[in-house]
Design a protein around this ligand. Structure first.
Ligand SMILES: [Ca+2]
Length: 147
């Protein structure tokens, strides 16, 4: 038998169920995306921080060519040179060219720390193209490091 009237209560319940289902599904999808982004951010931070700490451990204080403020100031200049759409490559080459020892490089990495979830090496690789990275490696070669 085909019912001749529609039970409005039942129809409303059905729509409510569908809306509820859609909201829950959407909630789960948004939750998973947020979890993925959070996870990626945490992994990035851990990777960045562990290499900064590794650099810190290897610093030989007697092989530092400048006082602490120089590294901090240079780290700030490097950050400002890379941050944003454009990049000031001459600034980068000039500062890296002033490093005289491997400890200078490690102290610079330490002073730079993690900025926007990336350490100095990650920033350089992220910001420079291949020929600029090659140029940086040429500059760093005499002190025995590369990016
Ligand atoms: Ca940039």
């Amino acid at each position: 038998m085909i019912p001749m009237t529609i039970d409005l209560n039942e129809a409303t319940k059905d729509i409510n169920k569908q809306v509820k289902f859609a909201v829950i599904t959407l909630g789960i999808i948004v939750g998973l995306v947020l979890l993925f982004l959070l996870g990626r951010w945490i992994v990035k931070l851990i990777v960045s921080d562990s290499s900064v700490r590794e650099a810190e451990r290897e610093i030989i204080k007697s092989e530092l060519s400048y006082d602490k403020s120089w590294y901090l100031q240079s780290a700030d200049v490097l950050y400002l040179s890379m941050k944003g759409l454009t990049t000031n490559e001459p600034n980068i080459y000039r500062i890296l060219g002033q490093l005289k020892t491997k400890s200078d490089w490690q102290q610079l990495i330490s002073s730079f720390g993690t900025r926007d979830e990336m350490n100095l090496v990650q920033w350089l690789i992220d910001d420079l193209n291949n020929s600029e990275i090659a140029q940086v490696n040429n500059i760093l070669a005499p002190i025995g490091v590369s990016i």
